[in-house]
Every structure is written in C-alpha cells, then in structure tokens.
Design a protein around this ligand. Structure first.
Ligand SMILES: Cc1ncc(COP(=O)(O)O)c(C=O)c1O
Length: 482
C-alpha cells in the first residue's frame, strides 16, 4: 500500500516554497561540521564559519545585560525580594521587572496573554514608537508576535485570496517573502532594485511592473519594502520613502514595511526613518494609507533571534478588518511572553539617569561600532577580489557582492547541473569552511550572479574570513579564467 502521505499528495504550495538561507549549502555545511568533529583533519580548515544567516548570538555576540536581567527576574520573581538580588542585578532592572510583572495578569510569565500581547507592554511599545517618530502610536495597533516572521505570514494570509492576488517584492528579497507568498498561494510581483545606484528603488520600475502585473490579470494588493535592506544592505533616502508612500496611496496598495534592521545603520550620511513617520510627516493619516510596520527582537544590537519576539504596528485598516486580524492572532492564542517582554525592552531601553544607562550604552555602541567595522573590512576585501563588485553595507547585516563569473565557471556549473552562484558558494564552502548563500536564493537580475555574506563573525575571525575568501577566489579565478 502506498504511504498515506507522499510528495504527490501533500499541499503543492508547500512544495513550491523555498527558503535558501537554510538551504542546500547549509545542509552541506552541517555535514562537513560533523565530519570535522568525528574526523579532525579531514578538511583543510578546522571550523565552519557561518556567514549565511543573520543570527548574531550563534556567532558569539553577547546579549544586552539589562534586557537579560529583566527577563530573568520576570521569569523567577521569587528572587526579587532576596537580599543577594540587590548585588547581582542592577536596581533599574529590578524596578523594570516589578513594573512588567504588575502589568501581567496573575504576574505569571507562564500564562497565556491577550492575543495581541500584554496591554501594558503594548503601551510601552507605543510610547517607544512615539518617541522614535514624533507622531502618536496607539497600543491597540500593536500585535505582538513570535518574531517578525509570523506577522508577515499573518498579513499574507489576510491579503492573498488566490494566485490572482499579487504582492510586490523587491528583487533581491529576503526569502521569507517569496516563501510566505508561495505558501499562501499568491503571486510574487517583482520589482528590481538597481545595483548600479546602490540598490536604489525607482518609482518608474514600480509603475512598469504594476502595469505588467495588471496585464496578466493580477491584482497587486501590497508592496513589501525592506529598510534597511536584506540581502542588499542599503538604507533608503527619505525622499525615496516619500515617493513610495505616495505611490502606495495613489495605487491603493498596503505598504508592508519590514523595519527589523532599524537600529542597524552604519554610515553617518544615512538615518533610519520609519514609514509611519514619513507618511505622517506628509500629512497622511489613518484614512490615507494602510501601513504595517514589522519590528523584531532578532536584529539591531540585541540579536535575540532565539527569543522569538517582535510586533507589527497595523494602521489605516477599518475596524472590521482589525477584528479579523485579531481573530487570526487569537487562533494562535498569544505569542511567547519572554519575546513580548523583550519587544517592550528594545522599544524602551534604559534612559539617561537610569542605573544601567551607561553600561547599556557601552554595550550597544560597542556592538554597533564593531558591526560597522566588520562591514567595512569585508566590503573593502570583497571589492579587492578580481571580477567582484560590492555596494556599501549602509545597514542591516549583509553584503551582497556581484561576481562576474568567467564563462568556463558558468559552463562547469551547467555541467554539474547547478546555478553558477551556487557552484561558487559550494566550492567556497568545500575549500574554506565559509558558508554564504547563493544570490539565486534571493532573486537577482537574470544573468547576474551574487552571494550574500553576513557581517556577523566576531571581529577576531574577520581576518581569517578575508584571507580564506581571498585565497579561494584567486584559485577559483586561476582555474576558470577565460
Ligand atoms: C528582513 C527580515 N525580515 C524578517 C526577518 C524575520 O526575523 P524574525 O522572525 O526572527 O523576527 C528577518 C530575519 O532574518 C529579516 O532579515
């Protein structure tokens, strides 16, 4: 008898969905790692350097002390009144934990909460948004989620009715978007970022692609924008953001603003502005634009990926739609409480005068300054490689260099039946232990080849990454140069 479940009988949308960041190259890396453990010396390197995923703490980044103190105290309130606690924890962490516990019904982090998230924490987040933007934020607009990913899925589920519903996505894009659009059965409508202008976004490109989609009978419902960009690392100029807001308003598109890298800007000439702030500063209110902003505890200087915290701020939707979003949130009961607490902490960190303020600032600035140095060092090294060009990493956690592969290498990849950039990345991994993701996993202009490399290995490992990559690349070019 045939098994009850086969690839032919599962949901075809699951088959269609791809997620390169944890794809084939990573599986190979895990296999090599096991080989290195069971058989040391079996490769020409002694460790795998994971530059494939934005997971800072897995590569040694330390969590922010204040955040962890508050979390620990909330999870074990019995120690709040112990005398040793005064020595072990900072006074403002103790005070914050007490405040947060007072906001949690039953003071229990092990209890389900309101499906949108604990109201007191949403109040704190709304106040944090207001302080960031200079415009009011409503706690009832906040939906706390287990990281930004479930929030993105929720919006796709809400908006996509069939294949005829399209979602505008940047190319290259973070594969959560292509994957969730595929899972929910919609159509990804691409708009290409312009590599020549530092991954700029042209409104003319949006207009062109909108017309193309319409001519195929696709109703474009929403526009995804990732700022700062993943995998491309650019930070949008304010003027460009205004044009995007105007475009969405004119075309009646929901603006899905992925703002999870809002704290990761490394160049003095650029500043992060939320789309909410931009649209409000243009005089647009609730009635003008449906706007969803995604934020996460996984990125920034906090990097708490495993805690699964985040939120979406949902504005401009009618009350009846909000009710439906609330219903979807309630099907999952609630997001995890540690993630909720962390989301409130990242939006309301220690302030001037608080006991932890100085040490908090030192930790935060230390991490961000180090990320900026790593970005610059890798960018310079990659730009020194023959036939490789790399835009500035203005923000986020990635570089996305273009590799001009020799024809012989492209042919060799074709013979091996894999994409040329995957061929390059596989060779790189086998020769050096460095794991990067082929550009084809993010989408790229046809005929161009890239890879995405995170800037996250600890600073003392960067010279090794650079020298291994440089040596590998030279050997690769010597082998395949036309
Ligand atoms: C642009 C972008 N959005 C969303 C996410 C999802 O992150 P999380 O679900 O951990 O919040 C990521 C993770 O890398 C990302 O890069």
């Amino acid at each position: 008898m045939a098994p009850p479940v086969t690839l032919d009988t599962i949901n075809p949308k699951v088959l269609k969905c791809e997620y390169a960041v944890r794809g084939e190259i990573v599986t190979l890396a895990q296999r090599i790692q096991q080989e290195l453990q069971s058989n040391p010396g079996s490769h020409s390197f002694d460790e795998i350097l994971y530059c494939n995923i934005g997971n800072p703490q897995s590569l040694g980044q330390q969590p922010i002390t204040f955040f962890r103190e508050v979390l620990a105290l909330c999870d074990h309130p019995a120690i709040l009144d112990r005398s040793e606690t005064q020595d072990l924890f900072s006074a403002d962490a103790v005070e914050r934990a007490r405040q947060i516990l007072d906001q949690i019904p039953g003071r229990a982090t092990g209890a389900y909460s309101h499906s949108q998230g604990i109201k007191g924490l949403r109040d704190t987040i709304a106040a944090g948004i207001q302080a960031r933007d200079g415009f009011p934020a409503d706690p009832n607009d906040i939906f706390l989620t287990d990281g930004a990913s479930p929030a993105v899925h929720m919006m796709m589920q809400l908006l996509i009715r069939s294949e005829e519903d399209g979602i505008f996505c940047p190319i290259p894009q973070y594969p959560l978007y292509s994957a969730s659009i595929a899972l929910h059965g919609g159509t990804l409508v691409p708009y290409c970022l312009d590599e020549e202008t530092g991954w700029g976004l042209e409104i003319s490109e949006l207009k062109k692609q909108l017309e193309a989609a319409k001519s195929k009978g696709i109703a474009v419902r929403a526009l995804v924008i990732i700022n700062p960009g993943n995998p491309t690392g650019q930070v949008l100029a304010e003027e460009n953001q205004r044009d995007i807001v105007e475009f969405c308003k004119t075309e009646g598109l929901v603006l899905l603003a992925d703002e999870v890298y809002q704290e990761n800007v490394y160049v003095p000439e650029k500043t992060f502005h939320s789309f909410k702030k931009i649209s409000r500063s243009m005089g647009y209110g609730e009635e003008d634009l449906c706007l969803v902003s995604f934020q996460s505890v996984s990125k920034g200087y906090y990097g708490e990926c495993g805690k699964r915290g985040g939120y979406m701020e949902v504005t401009g939707f009618n009350a009846d739609i909000r009710e439906q979003i609330y219903k979807m949130a309630s099907v999952n009961l609630c997001s995890n409480i540690s993630g909720q607490i962390l989301a409130s902490l990242v939006m309301s960190p220690p302030k001037v005068g608080d006991k932890s303020y100085k040490s908090y600032c030192a930790e935060k600035e230390g991490i961000l300054a180090s990320l900026a140095r790593r970005a610059k060092a890798l960018e310079n090294a990659i730009n020194n490689l023959e036939g490789v060009s790399c835009n500035k990493a203005e923000g986020a956690m990635y570089l996305f260099p273009r590799i001009y592969l020799p024809q012989k290498a492209i042919q060799a990849a074709e013979d091996a039946n894999i994409a040329p950039d995957a061929f390059y990345c596989r060779r790189l991994l086998n020769a050096t232990g460095i794991v990067v993701v082929p550009g084809s996993g993010f989408g790229q202009v046809t005929g161009t080849w890239h890879f995405r490399c995170t800037i996250l290995p600890q600073e003392d490992k960067i010279p090794a990454v650079i020298s291994r990559l440089t040596d590998f690349h030279k050997g690769f070019m010597d082998e395949f140069r036309d």
